[in-house]
Design a protein around this ligand. Structure first.
Ligand code: NAD
Length: 295
């Protein structure tokens, strides 16, 4: 019997890497249903798993924002049981809040939050019935603490955190484990794929100069953080996702990096909230200032 794994968002990044890692596992112990919104993008996955592991991989269409698409993918699982569900599909949104259109913001919630809910709803009844299952979520440090110019993205991941923490309490009765993988920056195309307010955006150009300058500073900070602290997909898959997938009784949260831990702890320990806000402000906006001064 193979461990049946369903993963969302497998055309790139973490989802692609995890599908390849599991389908190519030396034990041949996993059967991976790698799902993606657009099957036109399946070539990279097929290329990476070509070497004799095709019986451990099946690719299905699934747009997590389309309930019908989620349900019909679920009906195609031949084993009719899923041991591990990985809710990974996600999109970012970066920019001053006033620049985001309602539609932009809604898309972020549709994918990151409601998409996660629809996927869980499709597979949870089977897991509860069998009294066994693991749900792994690609969450973010931004799901635990606010990040400037990422307000809506963070809000969507905060929502996912609340959803999963609440579910986990009830799911203890069903031997179903839910785990949030708190990713820091990871070297994927996430930054390129996210929706971002560009410098020539009309709404940005009409904004006050101070917000525009701070946003510019944030974009530089973001580049620096990705350059200095981003992790390789392979490393977080091997060290964190695989640990959660293989653990007999996985924890609710796994952190891929200790880089943001002082800020995370400050937020939890100093309950007034203001200390975190000040520290995050210093972290993002003072470091650039120091670099500018040195230059
Ligand atoms: P990515 O952009 O390569 O992957 C996101 C995947 O989600 C893509 O394959 C995309 O096609 C898919 N997707 C988007 N909308 C979808 C939809 N409606 N239906 C199905 N799939 C859809 O980036 P990634 O870094 O691999 O991101 C994976 C997850 O990790 C996301 O949830 C993201 O929020 C989270 N994360 C990433 C980082 C990072 O720095 N890369 C940091 C924290 C959290």
């Amino acid at each position: 019997w193979k461990t049946v794994v369903v993963i969302t968002g497998c055309s790139s990044g973490i989802g692609l890497g995890l599908a390849v890692r599991l389908a190519s596992d030396a034990s041949q112990g996993f059967k991976v249903y790698a799902t993606m919104r657009n099957l036109g993008k399946k070539e990279r996955l097929l290329e990476s798993v070509r070497d004799g592991h095709m019986d451990t991989l099946e690719i299905l269409q699934m747009d997590v924002t389309d309930e019908q698409s989620v349900v019909s993918a679920a009906q195609k699982i031949k084993e009719q049981k899923v041991d591990v569900l990985v809710c990974n599909a996600g999109v970012g949104l970066m920019g001053p809040l006033e620049c985001h259109s309602y539609q932009n913001m809604k898309t972020i919630f549709d994918v990151n939050f409601f998409g996660t809910i629809s996927t869980i709803q499709a597979f949870l009844p089977g897991m509860k019935h069998r009294k066994s299952g693991k749900i792994i979520i690609s969450s973010s440090v931004g799901g635990l603490q606010g990040v400037p110019f990422n307000a809506v993205y963070c809000a969507s991941k905060f929502a996912v955190e609340g959803l999963c923490e609440s579910l986990a309490i009830v799911l203890q009765h069903f031997n179903v484990h839910i785990s949030l993988i708190e990713c820091g920056p990871v070297n994927t195309n996430f930054l390129q794929n996210l929706q971002r307010t560009d410098p020539d955006d009309r709404r940005l150009q009409e904004m006050d100069l101070e917000t525009r300058a701070l946003y510019q500073q944030y974009l530089q900070h973001c580049q620096t953080i990705f350059r200095d602290a981003a992790q390789d997909t392979e490393d977080i898959l091997q060290q964190v996702f695989m640990e959660a997938i293989k653990a007999p009784s996985p924890a609710l949260r796994y952190f891929t990096t200790q880089f943001f831990m002082p800020l995370t702890k400050l937020k939890l320990e100093s309950t007034n909230g203001s200390d975190y806000v000040k520290a995050m402000h210093t972290f993002v906006f003072s470091s650039n200032q120091k670099r500018d001064d040195k230059a």
